[in-house]
Write a protein that binds this ligand. Sequence first.
Ligand SMILES: Nc1ncnc2c1ncn2[C@@H]1O[C@H](COP(=O)(O)OP(=O)(O)OP(=O)(O)O)[C@@H](O)[C@H]1O
Length: 614
Amino acid sequence: MSLSKNSVPRPLPYGWAFPLLVAAVLVIVPLAALGQYDQRQLILIGIYTLVVSGLNLSLGYGGELALGQVAMFAAGAYVTGILAQHGVTELTVAVLAGMVAAAVVGLISGAAGLRLSRWSLAIVSFFLVLLIPVVITMTEGVTGGLLGLSGISGPTLLGIPVGFTGFYVTALMVALIWLVLMRNLVLSRHGVSFRVMRESPALASSLGLPTYRLRMRVYVLGSVPAGAAGAIYAYLNGFISPDAFNLNLGITILAASVVGGSNSIYGAFAGAALLVLGPLQASGFELYSTVVYGIFLIVVGVLFRGGLAELFRILWAWVLRRLGRSRQDEQHDTPVAAVGSGASGGLRIPGQRIRTRGLSRSFGGIRALDEVDFVAEPGTITAVIGPNGAGKTTLLNAISGFVRPEAGEIEVGDTTVSGLSPYQVARSGVSRTFQTPVIPEDMTVREIAESGRLWVRGPGTLATMLRLPSAWRIRRQDHLAGQQALEFAGLTGIADRTAGKLPLGVRRLLEVVRAVAAAPGVILLDEPAAGLDEDGLAELSRLMLRARDAGATVVIVEHNVRFVFDLAEKICVMRLGRMIAAGTPEEVASDPEVISSYLGARASTLLERSVPES
Ligand SMILES: Nc1ncnc2c1ncn2[C@@H]1O[C@H](COP(=O)(O)OP(=O)(O)OP(=O)(O)O)[C@@H](O)[C@H]1O
């Protein structure tokens, strides 16, 4: 199994140097070189960078179809306007109040939109934008209604009146500080959990993440910068009315996000710059904006899905390669056949016994589980086999909380987990893989290994954004655990490769590595051998034997009976939802019911073992 050479370039080596350079160029140089009109344009770019980056966070990183950024923007602007009307002109207060107002709008609309499918948030947030003029009209006494709110001027900063230059510096600093905070967030384990969630809510749950709370967090966080942007906008314009917060602006912001690169931090700036220097310049653009942006979205969607940020990354990687500085190149040629050479490195996994009693579950008229008793012990590999539709996957789903049994009990160690949701079961020490590997394509092998530890309680969002010591501590621990799991599997040589480009066999192994990194008591593997060639099977069995030797309780559902008989100490056979046999390979291979209903003539050949070295 060798790796192809067309791997995606490594992300930019984000460091402090890049944001600082941008800060210097954007804030200081224009002060000396540009007139007030151009500086005003730059403030507008800063404002829309905030709005678009919030959308990047929720849509690009979190996968939430949050179309209501304009409503959060309006909330920030109106709170600022109302405060100014009441004599509160302090900019810091306005920005903070704008952020809180946007977060409240996010919480309320999120509570309504995030309960159901992803589309329900899109619909709720879309209507949120349509509701803006309605709400403003209804609250005419405070908001000025359709005529708008004027006289928002003379802001102060820490009690001192700020002139245009002071306002310019403050506005751009707010945008830059937010970009740095957002960068800290998306590069942290929070960012990894958002991307895992975007890839698959089921995967997120299986890694111990509560999906509703996670979706709410990314959506509300994405709202917050739009509120700050609204506050700055209100002071820049001195006047706000519902006309400024219409659906066209919503579409324009969405297009700016996609064109800049939704899945990026600095792409928001590129998108915002295009928006301000292009469409918002032209009066009369409103009329055609939907058509123009529709075409834009199609072109970007077809030609370069990562937007301008992706183009920039490719260019940057090319420059680094020319300079001979790309580690990616070194990894191109690292064969994955190194898997077998990993050392268990003293990794210990405290296994837990898993036991089900009388587990039953029906789907319509089909009895998928019929009073199933099942036991798997620590430090052993237990296989579940049986014909298609026997109930094997349903058993794994029931143990891991994805399917609720109608009757029966499930114990992990001494804890009863029946009735718990998947993320709670994961937190009690059960890791699982899926029939089709679920590997977020844009994550590196290292990030995927580290994501196994997401169930471990980490620092809060604010501590992460501010990179407090607690965030560093957990980052180091995640890194060590990920590294150990990669060494365990012999995958350190490709640690910085992007997972999406890896062959199926390596992705399957990576799923097992992710499960191992979680150091769970129980590892459930759903058809891990499907589609693997001989080399892949050998690597997989070595990895499983190492996990077993490290102490884990390994349970495998598998159709490849040859593989199972070579590997497992205990084999359970299911048929039509019932457990028809359980015992050693020898016992199962000589069971008349198993032979007649499943194994047939091959039963006699299955006991000639060819177990690889662990
Ligand atoms: N969510 C569901 N809704 C309806 N029927 C289901 C559902 N999940 C499983 N079933 C049914 O339950 C039975 C057992 O399915 P299950 O996937 O557990 O079998 P399996 O032994 O894993 O089969 P395979 O080896 O083909 O994956 C099948 O008849 C299947 O169609």
